[in-house]
Design a protein around this ligand. Structure first.
Ligand code: URA
Length: 196
């Protein structure tokens, strides 16, 4: 049965399935429009995100804000989240077990939002959403249509900060995303309950 936002947020807040939940300051459930046409999914919270309880508020988040703006979207009109809701110590990549524990929350968020498109940022999001056999360098820029949702992998903004040479490809990916979204009909408003 479809959960409610209130129940889902309470479940995330109370979750202790992984050991990493013991060492964090805040859960980072993700934030944005509960009726968003676009969901953006990263890897997991970093230090800033853990401090504030908000996804993508550090340096990579600032670049993400600019990337969205470049295709005419504000952070407020999309939903921004991660594969895991707890910061892995030292910003390591989440383990497969941690991702498996946390993915039901992301799936529930996706079911509530019913986005038209999902932007996967980087290898970890790609692995856990579209499959471990895929490589970001190959899969990026190519839409996968899954259950009516257009899923587009691209580079993680942290990778773009480390290697600005990748920005050109990321921009091509974003333009494709813009084109897909502009060709889709306006989303019907979600009639289900909202967090606020
Ligand atoms: N990197 C991520 O993958 N997610 C965040 O929320 C911040 C940085």
């Amino acid at each position: 049965m479809l959960t409610s936002w209130a129940q889902l947020n309470a479940d995330i807040a109370g979750c202790t399935k992984c050991g990493i939940s013991a060492g964090i300051n805040h859960k980072v459930p993700g934030q944005g429009d509960p009726d968003a046409r676009l969901m953006v999914i990263g890897e997991g919270p970093g230090a800033q995100e853990d401090r504030q309880g908000l996804a993508f508020v550090g340096a990579a988040g600032q670049l993400l804000t600019q990337m969205l703006k470049a295709i005419g979207l504000s952070r407020e009109e999309v939903f921004i989240g991660n594969i895991v809701k707890c910061r892995p110590p030292g910003n390591r990549v989440p383990t497969d077990g941690e991702a498996a524990n946390c993915l039901p929350y992301l799936r529930a968020q996706t079911a509530l939002i019913r986005p038209q498109a999902i932007l996967l940022l980087g290898a970890t999001a790609l692995k856990h959403i579209l499959g471990p056999e895929l490589r970001i360098t190959k899969a990026r820029g190519q839409f996968v249509l899954s259950k009516g949702v257009y899923i587009l992998p691209t580079f993680h903004p942290a990778a773009l900060l480390r290697d600005p040479g990748k920005k050109k490809d990321a921009w091509e990916d974003l333009k494709r995303l813009r084109d897909i979204l502009s060709g889709l009909p306006e989303k019907e408003k979600n009639s289900r309950d909202h967090p606020n």
